[in-house]
Ligand binder design. Structure first.
Ligand SMILES: [Zn+2]
Ligand SMILES: [Zn+2]
Length: 528
């Protein structure tokens, strides 16, 4: 039994301001339709507070029309308005902030600017820490120190493609004149080099920052928000435009409202933008220290340190007792692994079993001897029987007689393959990602037809790495134990529509949608 409750019946909705739990914050009455799931409807019948709500669904002659033609303007908080006003042609209704919550504009320090043609760049010789490394420099009378955040003219780093991309980027920040025309960085250290044509050249190592409009946020970015990048370059000191006024933006605190006029040279710095992972990541002071310890003497740079740590993690190491490791994962003989061969851009990764490690002259493992396994679906897809298409099974593999050696760097993660035969065992095992089963055999990796696939002989069958297999089984048992103890996660879906997302989530078995909110009554009735 589904019901819709008009929340306007229960008066103004109280809502805490984002990031600040302030009881004074009030939103005007909103017209929101909520689908009440069966269990809540039942509990309301037993006398929960929900029984006091009036069920309006019978009184609405055409609820769909009523919702879509509602007279209330969309009402948003000032913060949402600041982000979205440039995205809509229609003005939004903005809830008023209580006077004591209005942000007071910060006083911005006026900064001297240079235009890549300073008349003097002088080292502060007293700041030389080690030969040829300086802590401070004076450019046309303005002092700059290691650790300062500065605004620079773009195009001075070694990556010219970056300069081109920046100037042609579609996302633009119209609210901050500096965001589109300048770059931002921190001075990590300063030094001097012998230039090809300029004589001695004064340089600094820059750890880059990116304006939010150049990240995933694009138009929705705060006009004063900068994010760290794990990228750095050596650039000449003459490209410095000015000091950058920055204030910290602590995790969990709201950003300043994006409606301040005034000096554009006023920014705050958020976490690190990782464009490869398409994520904003926060690194702790301890992690930054760890990265800095990887830097050479006199060249402290968090980005360089992180790159060194990554390189170290991705190195293949030969361990005692006939094992190798990479990125913290230890590989043993008989482990099943995915193989990523150079040039493979699309398609499923090959699955192979490690038969042994082949050391080079230095004793380090450089190659692995492997047995190839084929995917049943790649054979099944080419054939169809008279009675119709052959059912697919993307977890089914066939063992082959193909044995080769490949460079160890082609290995890219572990798979788990079991020689299971009973259907219930198979079903339980392949519930986990990276789990497969193998019950077939073919001499060739590319059999001409399904008829070439034979039933795999149980001896020797599929040999296992007992260490990895027991770890995988323990993880499965632990997950089952937790599932029995707590049941599936309970989900609330917002903007639910007809519930496609919930259907997918429920099919995973991990999440059970208990509540859903949808604006359109017709869509809500279709839900589930
Ligand atoms: Zn660096
Ligand atoms: Zn193993």
């Amino acid at each position: 039994m589904k019901r819709y409750i008009d929340l306007s019946d229960i008066g103004p909705v109280r809502k805490a301001r984002v990031g600040r739990d302030h009881p004074k914050w009030k939103m005007p009455t909103a017209e929101v339709y909520v689908e009440v799931p069966k269990n809540v409807a039942r509990s309301s019948a037993r006398g929960s507070p929900l029984t006091s709500f009036r069920d309006d669904s019978k009184q609405l002659r055409d609820p769909e029309k009523s919702v879509l033609q509602h007279k209330n303007a969309t009402c948003v908080t000032p913060r949402v308005n600041a982000v979205t006003q440039k995205l809509f042609t229609q003005a939004l209704r903005v809830a008023q902030l209580p006077a004591d919550l209005v942000d007071v504009p910060l006083e911005v320090r006026k900064r001297r600017v240079h235009h890549t043609d300073p008349t003097s760049i002088e080292w502060d010789d007293t700041s030389m820490t080690i030969p040829n490394h300086y802590g401070r420099v004076v450019i046309d009378g303005e002092r700059y120190s290691v650790g300062d955040i500065v605004i620079v003219e773009p195009g001075y780093d070694s990556d010219h493609r970056r300069a081109r991309n920046a100037s042609s980027h579609e996302a633009r920040c119209h609210d901050n004149a500096l965001a589109d025309t300048k770059w931002f960085c921190q001075i990590s250290y300063m030094f001097e080099v012998q230039g090809a044509s300029h004589g001695r050249r004064k340089m600094f190592h820059a750890r880059w920052l990116q304006h939010g409009s150049q990240t995933l946020l694009q138009e929705a970015a705060h006009s004063r928000g900068l994010f760290w990048l794990n990228a750095c370059d050596d650039v000449p000191l003459e490209c410095i435009f000015s000091h950058c006024n920055v204030c910290p933006w602590r995790s969990g605190e709201p950003a300043p409202l994006d409606d301040e006029a005034g000096d554009p040279n006023h920014f705050f710095i958020g976490p690190t933008w990782d464009s490869e992972r398409v994520a904003f990541v926060k690194s702790s002071a301890a992690e930054d220290d760890c990265a800095l310890r990887k830097c050479k003497v006199g060249k402290p740079c968090v980005s360089c340190g992180i790159a060194a740590l990554e390189e170290e993690r991705e190195e293949w190491r030969t361990l005692p007792d006939d094992t190798i490791s990479c990125s913290g994962v230890v590989y043993h003989p008989h482990d099943f692994v995915y193989l990523h061969t150079p040039g493979q851009v699309i398609g499923l990764l090959a699955i192979v079993q490690i038969l042994g490690f082949i050391p080079d002259e230095s004793g380090a493992v450089s190659q692995v001897k492997i047995r190839h396994y084929g995917r049943y679906d790649t054979v099944a897809v080419k054939h169809s029987r008279d009675e119709g298409p052959i059912p697919r099974d993307n977890r089914r593999l066939f063992q082959t007689g193909v044995i080769t050696a490949v460079p160890v760097k082609y290995i890219t993660g572990k798979a788990y393959v079991a020689g299971l035969t009973s259907p219930w065992e198979k079903e339980a095992f392949v519930r986990d990602n990276d789990h497969f089963y193998c019950d077939l055999w073919s001499e060739s990796l590319r059999p001409a037809s399904l008829d070439e696939l034979e039933v795999l002989s149980p001896k020797p069958g599929v040999l296992q790495c007992t260490i990895c297999m027991s770890t995988a089984m323990e993880a499965m048992l632990e997950r089952d134990r937790l599932f029995k103890m707590f049941g599936p996660l309970k989900g609330l879906e917002l903007f639910a529509g007809a519930g496609g997302l919930s259907t997918g989530m429920e099919m995973s078995g991990i999440i059970q949608t208990k509540w859903a909110v949808e604006f359109s009554p017709a869509a809500a009735r279709t839900f589930g």
